[in-house]
Write a protein that binds this ligand. Structure first.
Ligand code: BGP
Length: 468
């Protein structure tokens, strides 16, 4: 029997994007780590395409914001690039062109009655701060980030009502220091990764303190929560999944909401002599400056089993406690290689409800990247991305169920509004409600964009199936 899946009338519908993936590098006073990575290793990027032009939001923001509004979005997130806004990285003095650009984006959102969420960091540390100070391993960089945040709040804090300190902070140590996916591409540097986790939490708390002092706005943090499911019911695998959860999820979720770090994580670090450098004053700052709301990026779960073969490296790493479990029969998005498991969205929602004060939260990213979408173009020139609509409907149904049971979710943002550049996949996998022609920069609404409009008008949709 068909069932209507409904959402509150004031629910946020929208999408997330980010400065470094959208704007292009025009007129930026500094390069960020991703710009530098591309400049020095072009061959590592799909078809050699870099962030230089990207989706050219820098020149197209007016039409883009209008177009996003036209497909029903009432809210959207983008990020201010540190490497664009700040001219003098040591003092936090802003760059005039950048102030004008971000002010224009804010004005355009106001004009179109779109709630803007401004994020302060989307993997885009200015490269000089990595080269001079070692990047996020350095507490001086934490203070420079706080200066950047202060400048942003002073400039725009009276006009932007929702801020976030970081996008997926865990990806910085995980992809940059443990797995080697992102610049600086270190592998298994566990001790350094732990210091980065601590410093990012400290930076977030410092920015929250400044936001509350300077503006009348709410501030959150956007975390990629990847529930860690054990391969079997065995006690060992269950314990392993708790350790993985502590290092990869709770390392940011606990301090963000409760102001403290997970005790089992601290115990393991102490046992292995890799505890980060911390002091009482900093821990107080983290304790006293927690988030007002939580953003959750959810793409795929993490399936884990207890490690049976020793990790081949000289460094300590949380990976020595577990191995990825390749579950037979799992659904996978073949273009990105990520498991599709909508039920995790329900599990996340219940976890936030039951263990994190039922804090107001929203899905800040969820989506499906597909390669070669031009094969789905119909006679009218529109991409018929039914697979994406199915993906959203399945996830939303599980979200609605958790909300019916009381989880305090106030919105759903997809990744992404308009196809955008990605960290070394460049434009291989497309995620947008709106297609981008890279040659002409022409934007065309996809079928999923039309679907979104209808969903927002009807505050829900009729489910094709009942997903569990
Ligand atoms: C998230 C990031 C986004 C975006 C998305 C899709 O982790 O916050 O920036 O890129 O993933 O992933 P990808 O672009 O790697 O396919």
């Amino acid at each position: 029997m068909s069932q209507k899946v409904t959402f509150p009338e004031d629910f946020w519908w929208g999408a997330a994007m980010s400065g470094p993936q959208m704007e292009g590098t025009f007129e930026k006073p500094h390069e960020n780590v991703m710009d530098y990575w591309y400049k020095t290793s072009k061959e590592e990027f799909f078809n050699g395409v870099g962030p230089t032009v990207a989706t050219d939001f820098f020149h197209h923001y007016k039409e883009d914001i209008k177009m996003m509004k036209s497909i029903g979005m009432n809210s959207f997130r983008t990020s201010i690039q540190w490497s664009r806004l700040i001219k003098d990285l040591e003092t936090g003095e802003p760059d005039e062109n950048a102030v004008k650009f971000y002010q224009d984006v804010i004005d355009e959102c106001k004009k179109n009655d779109i709630i803007l969420v401004l994020n302060l960091h989307h993997f885009d540390l200015p490269i000089e701060l990595f080269q001079k100070y070692g990047g996020w391993e350095s507490k001086h960089v934490v203070d420079l980030y706080a200066k950047f945040a202060k400048t942003a709040f002073e400039l725009f804090g009276d006009q932007v009502h929702y801020w976030t300190t970081f996008n997926e902070p865990m990806v910085i140590p995980e992809a940059g220091y443990l797995c080697g996916f992102h610049y600086p591409k270190y592998v298994n540097k566990g001790k350094e990764a732990m210091q980065v986790i601590y410093n990012l939490n400290l930076a977030s708390a410092k920015a929250i303190a400044l936001c509350h002092e300077i503006c009348d706005a709410k501030i959150g943090n956007i975390l990629n929560l990847t529930p860690a499911y054990p391969a079997t019911d065995s006690k060992e695998d269950q314990e392993t999944s708790k350790i993985v959860d502590a290092f990869y999820n709770r390392s940011f979720l606990e301090p963000a909401v409760h102001g403290v770090f997970p005790q089992e994580m601290i115990d393991i670090m102490k046992e292995n002599d890799v505890l980060w450098d911390q002091n009482e004053e900093e821990l107080e700052i983290i304790k006293n400056n927690t988030i007002d709301f939580l953003g959750v990026n959810y793409y795929h779960p993490k399936r884990v089993k207890t490690r049976t073969t020793p990790l081949d490296c000289d460094y300590w790493s949380p990976e020595q406690y577990y191995e990825e479990y390749d579950m037979p029969g799992k659904r996978v998005n073949p273009y990105r290689g990520w498991e599709i498991y909508p039920k995790a969205i329900y599990d996340i929602a219940k976890n936030v409800q039951e263990n994190y004060n039922n804090i107001p939260w929203f899905i800040s990213e969820n989506g499906m990247g597909v390669e070669g979408e031009e094969r789905y173009i119909n006679e009218e020139g529109k991409i018929e991305d039914d697979y994406r609509i199915d993906f959203y409907e399945e996830h939303l149904q599980l979200l609605a169920k958790a909300m019916e049971e009381g989880s305090n979710c106030f919105g759903y943002h997809a990744w992404t509004g308009i196809d955008c550049w990605s960290w070394n996949n460049a434009y291989k996998n497309r995620y947008g409600f709106i297609a981008l022609d890279l040659e002409t920069q022409k934007r065309t609404v996809k079928k999923s964009g039309e679907w979104l409009k209808k969903v927002t008008e009807e505050h829900g949709y009729i489910a094709k199936d009942s997903y569990q």
